[in-house]
Design a protein. Structure first.
Length: 431
């Protein structure tokens, strides 16, 4: 390979210092071409064309470089002396050479494709030209996780009800066929906020060995008419393709609120589309698709969503019990500097707190120890004094929810829909 001259090396340095200088880069490319560095000339000219696609000099230089394949053009050969006259003129060649075709830009693009990135990255358009391909891969489907119900601390009653109402029929297909048990329908988790409904849904997906597709109101609602319904359809279509898959509808009261209270026809149409998807477009369409939903206000969910065959099973998820609180406290204190923490005493002091409240308690205790260390200049560990003080300051975030739920349990328990809530309130002497 020809050695680059000092002038070419100097020009390379200048181009590196001013990469947007098109004339300078073209000058370098011309020298490289004249020196026999055809490939390097093509690469430099291609960069120049990226900055100035319509530059005539750059196009001419690229055509020249691609036409000769690297070495410089040879000087035209001298014309031969005229031949002696012949009795008969020579016959023309059977295949006369055609005129040189136009420059093949496609070939040039293919040749420099491994040198330069594409100028534009274009996503495929949908059928309606909206720019949203509507492909199933557009939705974030999590692979089967490792979280199991055993990872949920305490809450034994919740686990037993999950096993009886949802998991046992799925784990025993032979018995299901014997008893004619249908897999239609889903499970609605309800209860005060911050008590682990989403974590339980992930644990159920882990028990089933199924993919997990979490859906919130932001994933569905759209300002353009018809797009919300289409988004809902695409979500279930994705789940059917990824089956077995758990579709988790978070904040169901926002996605499937009572249509009688909605002033928006778009919102009512979205609920109608959700009902259609839960029923399945045709027989067996939702085979392998398990629907779980969560809400803090089940009394605001459209009643049609809770009829048999849809979200017909409900499960009350209450604030964590003693073993659950111990597991949550251990988790949030596992990487903090602590000393002499009596978990048994702390568990008793945090009765009624939700999982989110317990996380805030640990954060507040760490903050107290940090500020004390900053004031004294001596680093100290988090102790029971910090944790108990934080426990006294944290107000249970579940109390407002139980105040509203009490009215529902007393006056709107139609058909025994909230019997489990009534039983809990009576047990706590709140009813």
């Amino acid at each position: 390979m020809p050695v680059e001259s000092p002038l070419i090396q100097s020009l390379r340095t200048a181009v590196a210092a001013a990469p947007d200088d098109v004339p300078l880069r073209l000058h370098l490319a011309a020298l490289l071409l004249d020196a026999g560095h055809g490939d390097a000339a093509v690469a430099e000219t291609a960069v120049a064309l990226q900055h100035a696609p319509g530059d005539a000099e750059a196009r001419q230089l690229m055509a020249r470089a691609m036409g000769v394949g690297g070495p410089p053009e040879a000087a035209p050969a001298p014309e031969p002396p005229p031949a002696a006259p012949q009795e008969t003129p020579p016959a023309p060649a059977p295949d006369s050479a055609p005129a040189r075709p136009g420059f093949d830009w496609k070939a040039a693009q293919d040749q420099v494709g491994d040198v330069l990135p594409p100028r534009f990255v274009e996503a495929p358009l949908a059928v309606d030209g909206s720019g949203d391909a509507g492909d199933a891969a557009a939705w974030d489907v999590e692979k089967p996780g490792t979280v199991r119900l055993a990872d949920v601390g305490g809450m034994q009653e919740v686990k037993e009800r999950l096993e009886a109402a949802f998991l046992a029929p799925l784990r025993n297909p032979e018995l299901r066929r014997v008893y004619g048990k249908s897999l239609r329908g889903g499970l609605l988790l309800y209860g005060p906020p911050g008590c682990g409904k989403t974590f339980i849904a992930r644990a159920v997906a882990g028990e089933l060995g199924a993919a997990f597709l979490s859906v919130s109101v932001n994933d569905v609602l759209d300002m353009w008419i018809g797009n919300s319904e289409r988004n809902m359809h695409e979500i279930f279509r994705t789940a059917r393709r990824q089956a077995p898959c758990v579709v988790f509808l978070d904040e169901l009261d926002a996605l499937g609120g009572k249509r009688s209270r909605s002033q928006s026809s778009g919102m009512r149409n979205t609920v109608n589309q959700l009902l259609t998807e839960l029923d399945g477009v045709d027989a067996g369409a939702n085979e392998g698709v398990f629907v779980l939903a969560a809400t803090n206000v089940p009394w605001d969910v459209d009643i049609a969503l809770r009829r048999p065959g849809r979200l017909d099973r409900t499960l009350l998820v209450l604030p964590p019990d003693g073993p659950a609180r111990e597991a949550i406290l251990r988790y949030h204190l596992r990487e903090r500097p602590i000393e002499n923490v009596d978990l048994g005493k702390l568990v008793k002091a945090t009765d009624g707190l939700s999982g989110a409240d317990l996380a805030h308690l640990c954060e507040a205790a760490a903050e107290s120890a940090l500020l004390d260390s900053a004031r004294t200049g001596t680093v100290r560990l988090i102790g029971m004094k910090d944790l108990l003080a934080a426990a006294r300051q944290v107000v249970p975030s579940t109390e407002p929810w139980f105040a509203s739920a009490r009215n529902v349990a007393m006056y709107a328990n139609d058909g025994g829909m909230y019997d489990d809530l009534v039983a809990h309130l009576k047990k706590k002497r709140k009813l």
